[in-house]
Ligand binder design. Structure first.
Ligand code: IMP
Ligand code: MG
Length: 180
């Protein structure tokens, strides 16, 4: 149904599986035996998080947050707008933020600072994808699945105008879809 809108497949289902498995292996090693909260950033991380958590062999609970950044140009400061906050109090908790993709880095750098200010014991970032060419703000990232070129991608949770999240692979959108 969406196939006609996709220019090409950037990351196949099989490749996604192996990338997620590698991330799980690293997290299992680093967090062995540690009570951890997976903080799933809505909405794009939903599918990634559901695969990631099933590969984790550590005592995890899950929580959700919906946030975005606002601010202008290349200012490194900015403010975070929290549309839905996590249910847990982050104080003294080990938190792994699960994000679909890091683009400018604004949202995640503000979110990390926000959780550290609220007294989290540790904050780590696990993102499936990263577009290093787009970075405007430095952000420390512990776990990155794959670096990708500066292309707009959809599928496996990632959307354009809320669509395409249900594609099982990650594809590059045809330019015609934007210009409609
Ligand atoms: P930033 O790193 O604060 O600029 O924002 C990252 C957010 O932008 C992600 O969580 C996505 O919602 C969205 N985003 C960035 N690049 C893409 C893309 O290629 N496809 C779909 N969403 C994207
Ligand atoms: Mg989005």
């Amino acid at each position: 149904m969406y196939e006609n809108d996709i220019e090409y497949t950037l990351i196949s289902e099989e490749k996604i599986r192996s990338v997620v498995a590698e991330l799980c292996e690293r997290i299992n090693r680093d967090f062995f035996g540690k009570e951890t909260i997976l903080l799933i950033i809505l909405k794009g991380s939903l599918i990634f998080a559901s695969d990631l958590m099933r590969g984790l062999d550590i005592p995890v609970t899950i929580d959700f947050m919906q946030a975005s950044s606002y601010g202008t140009g290349s200012e490194s400061s900015g403010e975070i707008s929290i549309k839905k906050d996590m249910d847990n109090d982050p104080t003294d908790k080990h938190i792994i933020i699960v994000e679909d993709i890091i683009d400018s880095g604004r949202t995640l750098s503000l979110l990390r600072a926000n959780l550290e200010d609220r007294g989290a014991a540790s904050v780590s970032i696990c993102a499936l994808l990263s577009k290093p060419a787009r970075r405007e703000v430095e952000v420390r990232t512990e776990y990155i699945g794959m670096e990708i070129p500066d292309e707009f991608v959809v599928g496996y949770g990632l959307d354009f105008a809320e669509r395409y999240r249900n594609l099982p692979y990650i594809g590059v959108l045809k330019p015609i879809v934007y210009s409609d």
